[in-house]
Every structure is written in structure tokens, then in C-alpha cells.
Design a protein around this ligand. Structure first.
Ligand SMILES: O=P(O)(O)O[C@H]1O[C@H](CO)[C@@H](O)[C@H]1O
Ligand SMILES: [Mn+2]
Ligand SMILES: [Mn+2]
Length: 428
């Protein structure tokens, strides 16, 4: 880890936030979004049909009662020693208060945050974390078959020279490629589907249909979705030759509308800082305010990419990382053992991050919404999210319940010495 020794020597023992780059020393900040790791209790859950949903709590409870076991994968109670010592078990009592095998350098701040944005989708959650809640309503497609307006489909077909579409309904992405993948390959018609999020997803075979062709199709679809206020068009390429072998690839790409106001990332870049987007962060922010992108296929590769960015980051820089597997591979798939194993694998990597921390650094671990694998259906669930904020100079403290995810972005802004934004309040 290339630490800047002169700077370290000058550091006082206390927190170094709120300082002015150029004249004084400021350290780095890293936001890690565990995609969909909600902790229940959203005050407006009922409005979403999600009252009682609790992603982490229900996984912990299932594991404690032997329902999180899977041969060759994992067994027994959910064991997250490093997250526990950072305060997670105080936010999710179902975890129990297990002692840590190895203790991180500090305990840090712990609390929960409610979302004020109207949607329980990924862009809303991430934008609010970055200081910009979504006050407007997204466009959604109805629970009918067909779900997409005929005029929209006609415009996309005219623009992209495809012979037609399949699907045209709400669906789980893995189930719909098993159902319609062969017909899609045979006819050349891509599969269009949606969910309770503001999305138009297009699945097509990476080789038979072609990856570049799918991306061009999604760009056309993006243009035609703009007037309908649809948050994202998502390319869902897959490979394989029959329902049993069809698999989605890491070449997924999200075509998002840009955030409605400058986010924490824009503000950091404007101040001359380097901002690192890890995984799908750049896509979520429509590539705005991102200086460097690092990708990885799966949570472990994303953790590697985060550590790599951390090693490159200078004082005052910001790293924003998304860990997608929790949501895509396990939450939407309603897979409790898989989700539990992914949480345990993430937890095991935290000491590597601790080893890279320098005095003054700030790490925030949080989530963007819930996706309770014990819940009905396959969609996200409206939940509060955990907020664990720690670093070598940050003492343990209960920060209670934050009224908006935007408090996270404002805290990071304050830590990095950036001007305050319009929403949220720093908890530092
Ligand atoms: O079932 P899959 O294709 O994973 O869909 C999920 O992925 C979409 C984007 O994150 C969500 O809207 C959700 O429905
Ligand atoms: Mn998400
Ligand atoms: Mn999702």
C-alpha cells in the first residue's frame, strides 16, 4: 500500500474531516453499497406491499433455524464477525452478538437510514446515497400482458430492424430466458420484459443475436423510453444452447437517465478529486461525475477492484463501489443459502480493507434498498438500510435513524471537505 509518509507524520490523532485540500490534509472516503442488503423497518413499507420485509433479519433467522444450509456451500447460523463488530448486529438483532475472530481497527458509527425517494429501485437508492433523493415518480409498466405500449414497441422495432419481440410482460430474468431463450435464438426476436422497477430489460443471445447489436438496440430503446420517464433500459445478454444451459453474462449494461441534480460524485470531480466507480456505479450515474471505472465479474472480483482503487486513491479522493451479487444472484432469485454465503464471503474480505486504511480514511458500508429472499415474488422490498461508518479515527457511536440516505452523501462530503449539498445532514 503506497502510503504518503510525510502526510501520515503530520496527522493528528483526531478525525481529519472538514479540511480544505491544498492547504490542509484530508483523507480518502469509500462508500460500499451492498446491493439490496436492507434491514427492514421502513416506515412506508406498507405503501409498497412490503410491511414486514427484512432482508438481513430474515436471512439471519432462516440460518439460525437451519434453513440457510446448502450442501457444499454453507451451514448453520449466519456468521459475520467483522460486520458484527462494526455494529451490524445492533441493527439486526437476529444476528446475535457473536464475538469477532479478528477485530477491525475501530468500531465506528452505526445506524439505519430511511429512504425518501419514491422508488425502491437501484438508481433511486444510489442517487439518494449520493445526496440526490428522487422526488418525482418514475414511469412503470403495468402488470398486464402485453405490458409495453404498442406504440413504444413499434418505434423500437422501426428503429432497430428486429423481426419483432418476445416476452412483453413482468418476469424474472432467469426464468424468462429459460422459457423463451430457444424461441429467441430461432426467430431472432429479442426478449423484452420488466419488473416492479422502472425498467425495460432486453435479453438476447450474446452470439446468435450479437452483443453489439443488443447494445445498439438498447440505445434505441433508451431514446424511445425517455418520454415515458423510464429509469433504465438494461441489456441482458446470455449464452448457452438450451434452457438448462442458458446463462446471463457479465456483459449486462444499464442505460440510465442522468440524475436530476449534481451528485456527490459531480461535486467531488468539480473540486478536482478523482472519483472511482466500481462495478455498475458508472452505469447507475449515467457516467456522470466518474473519473475512473473499475469492473469485476462478481462480488469477489469487485472487492479486488475496490482494493485496487483504494491503493490508487490520493487524499481527498472518493471511491463508490456496488456489490451486485447480493441482489441479482440471490435476492431476486429468492436464494437464502446463496445470499447468506455471499454475505459471509464479503465479511471475510473486510480485514484486507482494514489493512489498507490510513489515518483519516472513512469507510461507509450501506445498501440501496431491500430484496428479501424470503418474500413473495422476485422484486425489491422497501426497507431501511444499515449505515456503518468507520475508519482509524472514528470512534464508536450509535447515530440512530437517519431520515434520508442523503445524510450518507453529506457526511462523505463533509469528510472530504466538499461544499454541503441541498439534501441531508452530515452525521460526522
Ligand atoms: O430478474 P432480473 O432480470 O434479475 O431483474 C432484476 O434486475 C432489474 C435491474 O436491477 C430489476 O428491476 C429486477 O427485476
Ligand atoms: Mn440495487
Ligand atoms: Mn435488483
Amino acid at each position: 500500500m503506497p502510503a504518503s509518509k510525510d502526510v501520515n507524520a503530520a496527522w493528528p490523532a483526531k478525525s481529519l474531516g472538514h479540511r480544505d485540500r491544498g492547504t490542509k490534509i484530508i483523507a480518502r472516503a469509500i462508500i460500499m453499497v451492498l446491493d439490496s442488503v436492507g434491514i427492514g423497518g421502513a416506515p412506508d413499507a406498507q405503501a409498497f406491499g412490503d410491511e414486514g420485509a427484512n432482508t438481513l433479519g430474515h436471512i439471519a433467522a432462516a440460518c439460525a433455524s437451519g434453513h440457510g444450509d446448502k450442501e457444499g456451500l454453507r451451514k448453520g447460523p449466519l456468521t459475520l464477525p467483522h460486520l458484527t463488530v462494526l455494529g451490524l448486529s445492533r441493527l439486526a438483532p437476529e444476528l446475535g452478538d457473536k464475538p469477532a475472530d479478528s477485530t477491525p481497527s475501530s468500531r465506528g458509527l452505526y445506524g439505519r437510514a430511511s429512504e425518501v425517494s419514491k422508488g425502491k429501485d437501484t438508481p433511486s437508492g444510489h442517487w439518494e446515497i449520493a445526496g440526490v433523493p428522487v422526488a418525482f415518480e418514475w414511469g412503470y409498466f403495468p402488470q398486464t400482458i402485453p405490458t409495453f405500449p404498442a406504440s413504444l414497441i413499434r418505434q423500437i422495432i422501426d428503429d432497430s430492424e428486429i423481426p419483432g419481440i418476445l416476452g412483453d410482460k413482468h418476469a424474472s430474468g432467469t426464468e424468462i430466458i429459460a422459457e423463451l431463450g430457444e424461441e429467441s435464438v430461432r426467430t431472432g426476436k429479442p426478449i423484452f420484459y420488466t419488473s416492479s422497477d422502472s425498467v425495460l430489460q432486453i435479453a438476447a443471445h450474446e452470439e446468435h443475436f450479437g452483443l453489439q447489436r443488443l447494445m445498439a438496440l438498447c440505445e434505441a430503446a433508451r431514446r424511445h423510453c425517455d418520454p415515458l420517464n423510464i429509469g433504465r433500459v438494461i441489456a441482458r445478454p446470455f449464452v448457452g444452447e438450451d434452457p438448462a444451459s442458458f446463462t446471463r453474462t457479465a456483459n449486462r449494461r444499464d442505460f440510465s437517465v442522468p440524475p436530476p441534480e449534481p451528485t456527490l460524485l459531480d461535486r467531488a470531480e468539480e473540486a478536482g478529486r478523482t472519483t472511482f466507480g466500481i462495478g455498475k456505479i458508472a452505469d447507475i450515474f449515467a457516467h456522470q461525475g466518474i473519473s475512473r471505472i473499475k469492473k469485476g465479474a462478481g462480488n469477489m472480483a469487485l472487492f479486488d477492484a475496490t482494493l485496487e482503487a483504494f491503493a490508487e486513491a490520493q487524499d481527498g479522493d472518493l471511491i463508490f463501489a456496488n456489490f451486485i451479487d447480493f441482489d441479482t444472484n440471490f435476492g431476486h432469485r429468492r436464494d437464502v443459502p446463496g445470499y447468506a454465503a455471499a454475505l459471509e464471503a464479503f465479511d471475510r474480505r473486510l480485514p484486507e480493507l482494514d489493512a489498507a486504511l490510513r489515518p483519516g480514511d472513512l469507510v461507509v458500508i450501506t445498501a440501496d434498498h431491500g430484496c428479501d429472499p424470503t418474500w413473495r415474488g422476485s422484486d425489491h422490498t422497501r426497507e431501511r438500510v444499515p449505515v456503518l461508518a468507520y475508519g482509524p479515527d472514528i470512534p464508536a457511536r450509535d447515530i440512530g435513524t437517519l431520515k434520508t440516505f442523503a445524510d450518507i452523501g453529506e457526511s462523505v462530503a463533509a469528510h472530504l471537505g466538499l461544499p454541503a449539498g441541498r439534501h441531508g445532514t452530515s452525521f460526522l
